[in-house]
Write a protein that binds this ligand. Structure first.
Ligand SMILES: C[S@@+](CC[C@H](N)C(=O)[O-])C[C@H]1O[C@@H](n2cnc3c(N)ncnc32)[C@H](O)[C@@H]1O
Length: 295
């Protein structure tokens, strides 16, 4: 633990690094350190370059030490910061929804680069913080973008994000595993036109993997955003794909983020349901992570 008297820049930084080496890589620690100085102490990245002989005030040391304690208690840095960068947007981030992941940015990028005709209607299912729908609303400013989500808390967070970013995404509370409720929502939604793009990053981690998940994830992120029953890991994919099929436009496209171990099974499921041109893609970690399918 860093003592309150440790105010010399180098001493404080070295102790900070040392305290976190067992939980973070050196480059992550550097990045967290830089963001703490920028965000909490208002020391810009430019100013940080030439502050080797800086003496932290007692107040500044207290702030750094407080954050260090929270990190050691396995609180995600995004929650401490209260925000996260996602596909060029700054989103509010807290315990109400899953922290948006880099692989989900890759999914958004696939949609943005592959969509040649501006879509009229886009639906993000299991919308969480709103990261996917808000990024698509920013990319396709003439599209109507909707998000379906079961958690009231997550919807509140996504609406706060939409308001802060001035992006007109409409979020609704829909249980996509309740086929009656899901179909009723889709019927209402598509009165003005069918869906051109549907995307979902649903819960996909089998319960049996809980043990192997980092403490920082299972202690601070909502379980309902992550886990599915071991005996039916495709539960969400089946309900979503079956449910939306009648509501897709003739050239409508469905995108899924998947568990790399179940990508082939999900692909087969889509083919069995009558989807065509089912394409798969790896994430930057080299894991099969995404699917794209046409009606
Ligand atoms: C993996 S998270 C994805 C969140 C966000 N789209 C993202 O990419 O960060 C899955 C989301 O599905 C929501 N969810 C879980 N069960 C649901 C259900 N039955 N109907 C609708 N949404 C559900 C969770 O609350 C969570 O926000």
């Amino acid at each position: 633990m860093i003592g309150e008297e440790s105010k010399d820049f180098k001493v404080q930084k070295d102790l900070f690094k040392e305290a976190l080496t067992s939980d973070f890589s050196m480059s992550e620690i550097q990045q967290i350190w830089r963001q703490i100085l920028d965000h909490f102490l208002s020391i810009s990245p430019i100013e940080q370059i030439s502050m080797g002989d800086h003496q932290f005030s007692l107040q500044e040391s207290k702030i750094i030490n407080g954050i260090l304690k929270r990190l050691q208690n396995k609180e995600p840095f995004q929650h401490i910061l209260g925000e996260v960068e996602f596909y060029g947007l700054t989103l509010k981030s807290d315990a109400r929804a899953l922290i948006p992941r880099p692989e989900t940015e890759e999914l958004v990028d696939w949609i943005v680069t592959e969509t040649k005709t501006i879509p009229s209607n886009i639906l993000d299912i299991c919308s969480g913080s709103g990261c996917i729908s808000l990024a698509l609303s920013q990319a396709f400013q003439d599209a109507h973008v909707y998000g379906y989500e079961l958690s009231r808390a997550a919807i509140d967070l996504s609406e706060e994000n939409a308001l802060a970013l001035k992006l007109p995404v409409l979020f609704s509370r829909v249980d996509v595993l309740d086929i009656k409720q899901f179909t009723a929502a889709l019927k209402k939604q598509t009165k003005l036109g069918p869906l051109d793009v549907v995307v979902s990053n649903p819960p996909y981690i089998p319960n049996q993997e809980k043990e192997a998940i980092e403490e920082v994830v299972h202690k601070h992120e909502p379980g309902m955003a992550l886990f599915v029953p071991d005996e039916d890991p495709l539960l969400f994919y089946r309900s979503i794909a079956e449910g939306i099929l009648p509501f897709l436009s003739t050239s409508g496209v469905l995108y899924f983020e998947c568990h790399y171990l179940y990508l082939e099974n999900t692909r087969n499921l889509l083919l069995e349901l009558g989807f065509t041109n089912v394409e798969k893609r790896k994430d930057l970690q080299g894991k099969w992570r995404m699917l794209k399918a046409q009606k």
